[in-house]
Design a protein around this ligand. Structure first.
Ligand SMILES: *Cc1c(COP(=O)(O)O)cnc(C)c1O
Length: 439
């Protein structure tokens, strides 16, 4: 089979996500035959460096051999069993190890299969927590401008990305949004500290007015991914934590994209020295092998549901909750963090990438070049129509997988880049930008 064979069949039979399919009349679709490390290979023998970890999930690249072995071993032992009324080692061990990573502060793991479901669970749990504690009126949620928490209806209600939201707006519960201290939107002459303080004041005013109705504040700690890789200071998180405590609002940290070392610490919240009441994990959790998400909850929340009354329990379930194969993939991913100092290695390759990217950064059309851990992003000026798709296509020509969002270009590479891979990522991005700038 060649690329050509698969393109037609795929476009006819598969409804591709987040895509206006008609655009594939003009822009390529790439059938993938296999993956290895940071690279993906098509059917015509071309390869592409996966600079976005395939939508941020393949933390250690593709077909990482130790995860392959762990899943294979689990396959021959127990592929799946329902979790209600049963237990199995992979789910128990994973819950324990994730909790140990947050000093035991979030010791109760509720399993689902994807990120949006984790958001739904956290929203329901927060509401039900307050209800069980006699605060029926707390049923509203606060999220940050530019937030992304998934695309199911509940998650979309706390998401602020017009492209995903606008068409479905009549179906959503109106949420409350507060500004985020994104330096790109600082007032003229405003320092980072002043901007953070200003955003926290807005949050404080909202809480002071409406806290009797607010169940939770949900945030993407440090980096807002799908909203355009906005990066903000940890000081905002610690300030938000204090305000949540003061006004009896739960703090939900959506670490679906930023957990597992992506921002430079294992969990992003650690950089602010705080823990949330509920933490959401998914994406990189299985190293990109299998769908899995987890909501980690505090003792306080868990205890509010612990009762003789069934209806006071958390009434939510998914067929594949705690799937043993997915949990084993996650345990193998955690083993990789235990084996070598991944964060230190990432810091080294990160510094190398920064150095290599100097010329890119200095380009006249590149603005707001920024980095948080293993995430880099920048905007391209006067990008023109269909920029994201044109750059995507131009990068493929350069053996690179990029997935720009509007005029924001970002790298979120797997933690297995060699220096040569890193150089390729930076240099191919420059060449692709040149092509798109002067066709
Ligand atoms: C991707 C993402 C989600 C949704 O996860 P899905 O598995 O795609 O449903 C939620 N929150 C954040 C921050 C994400 O990046």
């Amino acid at each position: 089979m060649s690329n050509r064979d698969w393109v037609g069949r795929s476009l006819a039979a598969v409804w591709h996500p987040c895509t206006q399919i008609q655009r594939h009349e003009r822009f390529p679709l790439v059938p993938l035959a296999r993956g290895e490390g940071a690279w993906l290979f098509d059917y015509d023998g071309r390869r592409y460096l996966d600079a976005v970890s395939s939508w941020w999930v393949n933390l250690f690249g593709h077909c990482q051999p130790k995860i392959v072995a762990a899943v294979n071993e689990q396959l021959g032992r127990l592929e799946h069993a329902m979790l209600a009324g049963f237990a199995h080692a992979p789910a128990v061990e994973l819950a324990e190890r994730l909790s140990a990573r947050c000093e035991g502060r979030l010791g109760h793991a509720f399993f689902a299969s994807d990120g949006a479901s984790a958001t739904e669970i956290a929203l329901k749990m927060a509401f039900h927590y307050w209800r069980n504690r006699g605060h029926e009126g707390k049923h509203r949620y606060v999220s940050l401008a530019g937030s992304y928490h998934g695309e199911t209806l509940g998650a979309l209600s706390v998401t602020d990305v017009a492209l995903f939201r606008d068409q479905y707006a009549p179906l959503l519960r109106p949420g409350m949004q507060v500004p985020v201290p994104d330096p790109r939107y600082a007032l003229p002459g405003e320092t980072a500290e002043a901007q953070t303080a200003r955003c926290l004041r807005t949050l404080e005013e909202l809480f002071a007015r409406d806290h009797a109705e607010i169940a939770a504040l949900i945030v993407e700690p440090l980096v807002q991914g799908a909203g355009g890789m906005a990066m903000y200071s940890p000081a905002y998180l610690s300030g938000a934590r204090s305000l949540c405590d003061r006004f009896d609002v739960l703090l939900i940290a959506d670490e679906i994209a930023v957990g597992f070392g992506r921002t430079g610490s294992f969990y992003a919240c650690q950089q602010a020295g705080i823990w949330p009441d509920l933490m959401l994990l998914s994406k990189g959790i299985t190293g990109g092998f299998l769908p899995l998400s987890v909501v980690l909850a505090t003792d306080d929340i868990f205890r509010a549901f612990y009762d003789t009354d069934v209806a006071r329990g958390f009434l939510h379930s998914h067929s594949y909750s705690g799937n043993p194969l997915a949990c084993r993939a996650a345990l193998a991913t955690l083993d990789l963090f235990a084996e070598r100092d991944v964060l230190a290695d990432n810091a080294r390759i990160g510094a190398h990438i920064d150095e290599r990217a100097r010329a890119l950064r200095a380009r006249a059309d590149v603005r707001h070049f920024r980095r948080c851990g293993m995430i880099w992003a920048f905007e391209v000026d006067s990008a023109g129509p269909d920029f994201a798709q044109r750059l995507f296509a131009a990068a493929l020509e350069q053996s690179l997988l990029l997935r720009p969002m509007a005029n924001t270009v970002y790298w979120m590479p797997p933690y297995v880049l060699s220096e040569a891979d890193a150089d390729h990522m930076v240099d191919a991005t420059c060449r692709a930008l040149d092509r798109v700038a002067s066709p």
